[in-house]
Design a protein around this ligand. Structure first.
Ligand code: GDP
Length: 206
């Protein structure tokens, strides 16, 4: 994909009726709070015109929709993994995520972000199970690769890939090692996104 000319903020949604009408094919980003999701979005789009700041007060537990006109919608899903969060927050997260993942027309790829330094976590595996259950194409992105040595990256990659890699479907789940500091993985990530955008234009999700 060419460097996007502009990224527009579309809206924040707190429940399904707020979702914007489906337009361009959508790629969604999901991960634990602090995994590096807003940093990755900024690196990916590399435009000074739009700042993906999921920590904007009030936006953290919402689904934030952005669009690159005529190309795609980028969807920033609310972070999770807040052990001390009140039950009501967790329940709201689950309802919101479920309605988006299972019902959203035009969703063609979900990127599950995990911190490369952490061993597989139950919460991430739950999300991954939802993606499999919803029969959604997805890829795993291991963030903050610059924080580990090359050999440690390899070791963690193997460990994470063993858990998240195999899908119960015949399609392989791409696994990308990413760093916003070195830009490692940026091209590879765009390639995976483009492949799914093209595929969705041929066979849109019903
Ligand atoms: P979010 O809560 O998932 O949106 O996480 P942020 O994007 O706000 O990142 C959380 C913290 O991790 C911030 O201090 C970022 O600067 C840092 N961070 C994010 N990505 C990277 C990365 O690739 N490398 C390094 N070294 N730090 C990162």
């Amino acid at each position: 994909m060419k460097k996007p000319q502009s990224v527009e903020f579309v809206k924040s949604a707190q429940s399904a009726p707020d979702f914007p009408p489906p337009a361009e094919p959508e790629v969604a980003f999901v991960g634990r709070s602090n995994v590096g999701k807003s940093t990755l979005l900024n690196t990916l789009v590399a435009t000074k015109r739009m700042a993906f700041v999921s920590k904007t007060p009030g936006r953290t537990q919402l689904i934030n929709f952005f669009r690159i006109p005529s190309e795609m919608m980028l969807v920033d899903l609310p972070g999770y993994g807040f052990a001390k969060a009140p039950r009501s927050v967790r329940e709201h997260w689950e309802t919101l995520i479920t309605s988006y993942l299972f019902e959203r027309t035009g969703l063609c790829l979900v990127l599950l972000l995990v911190d490369i330094r952490r061993d597989p976590m139950a919460s991430d595996q739950l999300v991954r199970d939802m993606l499999v259950e919803a029969n959604l194409a997805h890829a795993v992105v291991a963030t903050k690769a610059d924080k580990l040595s090359k050999s440690k990256v390899r070791q963690q990659r193997n460990k994470l890939q063993a858990v998240y890699g195999p899908a119960e479907t015949s399609e392989e789940v791409p696994f990308i090692t990413f760093s916003a500091v070195t830009n490692e993985g940026r091209k590879e990530l765009w390639k995976v996104i483009e492949t799914h955008l093209h595929a969705s234009k041929r066979a849109p999700r019903k």
